[in-house]
Each structure stands twice: as structure tokens, then as C-alpha cells.
Design a protein around this ligand. Structure first.
Ligand code: URA
Length: 225
């Protein structure tokens, strides 16, 4: 296992969150690995989303990964399989990672919110965006994952992920294209959520946006060194 990295602020990196106070104190328990939190998260009732979801979808990947990817919340397939990014958005993500030269099994993949939030319409379960309060409550788990994994770089896939990571609501546009320095020394690369690419009706525009997404992943690889 590689030596743990020291977390100093990164010289020269834009320090966009200097006044952000960091992880909430209640998430301050120290864990040597994620086995206990992963188990505890299975019975999480910190917000009401557990009531309708099939199961908690905790993050997965090497616990000493240099890069952590954070999505919004599990979708329908993830909820059923208990794993992050295994549905259609996951396929786009896999394709982009392959194009960027990022190996999925070397990256820790998780979500800002660990339960699927949806509206039932007939037999269909339609994704619903989590509220800021649900994201803030679920930071309990994301903060623990971050403290254990201590990745050099964290990639925020969309605005919900940005909120989960920083505790603030910022747009992707305002943060994109740079590796910002977070108070714990981690660099954050913000990009779009892969499902945004899936929803784009214009194929040419979607391809151009996919290339930007790949470029963002390459930036994360570069920042991870
Ligand atoms: N969308 C996400 O944000 N995360 C997943 O795991 C799947 C879809």
C-alpha cells in the first residue's frame, strides 16, 4: 500500500474555498478503513430518503485511490444493484474515463447522496434531485469517505456533488477548467454530470460536450500527478 500523503495546501492552485470551514464536527470519528462506515451506512436514517430506496449505495474502489469521483445520487439501476454508476450514466462515465486514460478500478467512485430519490409514476421510478438539506445531511458519509481515502484529487460530477464536497452551491461553469484547492489540501476538479450528456438532444453538441468532459477527467489525472 502506498504511503499516506501529507495534506498541505497546494501552492499556485486557486484557493476558492479558503473560508470554508470544512467537514462538520459530527463526522469527526476516525476510521482506519471504510468497512465499519460502509456497514453502518446500510442502516442510515439520517434523512427520510432511506424509506423508499432499496438500499444504501456506498462508494467503491481502492481506499488509497489518488482520485475520487463524486456523483449526485444512485439512480434506478444503482439502487437495485447497490453499486454506484452501473446504469446508463455509468456507461457514459466509463466511456469518458477510458477516453481520458483513467482506469475505473484505480479510482474511488461515490455519490453525494447515498439513497435513490425518486417519484413513482406507474411502474417507473423517476429520478428526483436531492434537496440541499438532503445533500448536507449525507455529507456525514462523504466526509468519512474523504477522510479515509484521502485522494489527491476529487472530481465533482455536477452541482450536487459540488455542494456535497464544499458545502456550498456553486455552478459547474464558475469552477470548471481549474483544479481548485480545498482546505484539506485536496484539489477539486468540477465538471458536468454524465447524465447531462445523455439528455442532450443535439448529437454534435453532445459529442463536443463529451470531449470537454474527457478533458476535465484528464485535468484530474494531471492534478493527481
Ligand atoms: N447518477 C449518479 O449521480 N450516481 C450514480 O451512481 C448513478 C447515476
Amino acid at each position: 500500500m502506498p504511503a499516506r500523503r501529507a495534506h498541505a495546501a497546494v501552492e499556485g492552485a486557486p484557493d476558492l474555498f479558503a473560508d470554508f470551514e470544512g467537514t462538520p464536527p459530527e463526522a469527526g470519528r476516525l476510521f482506519v478503513d471504510l468497512s465499519v462506515p460502509r456497514q453502518e451506512a446500510k442502516s442510515c436514517t439520517r434523512c427520510p430518503l432511506y424509506k423508499d430506496a432499496t438500499q444504501t449505495v456506498f462508494g467503491e474502489g481502492p481506499e488509497d485511490a489518488a482520485i475520487m469521483l463524486v456523483g449526485e445520487q444512485p439512480g434506478d439501476q444503482e439502487d437495485l444493484h447497490g453499486r454506484p454508476f452501473v446504469g446508463p450514466a455509468g456507461q457514459v462515465l466509463d466511456r469518458a474515463m477510458a477516453a481520458a486514460g483513467m482506469e475505473r478500478d484505480k479510482v474511488y467512485v461515490t455519490n453525494a447522496v447515498k439513497h435513490f430519490k425518486f417519484d413513482r409514476r406507474g411502474k417507473k421510478r423517476i429520478h428526483q434531485r436531492p434537496t440541499n438539506s438532503e445533500v448536507d445531511i449525507c455529507r456525514w458519509w462523504l466526509d468519512i469517505e474523504r477522510r479515509v481515502v484521502r485522494s489527491r484529487v476529487i472530481v465533482a460530477l455536477g452541482t450536487t456533488a459540488i455542494r456535497g464536497i464544499t458545502g456550498r452551491s456553486s455552478s459547474v461553469t464558475s469552477l470548471r477548467g481549474k483544479a481548485a484547492s480545498l482546505p484539506d489540501g485536496t484539489r477539486m476538479v468540477a465538471t458536468v454530470h454524465p447524465s447531462y450528456l445523455l439528455r442532450m438532444p443535439d448529437r454534435m453538441a453532445a459529442e463536443a460536450e463529451f470531449s470537454r468532459f474527457v478533458a476535465d477527467l484528464k485535468l484530474a489525472l494531471k492534478a493527481a500527478g
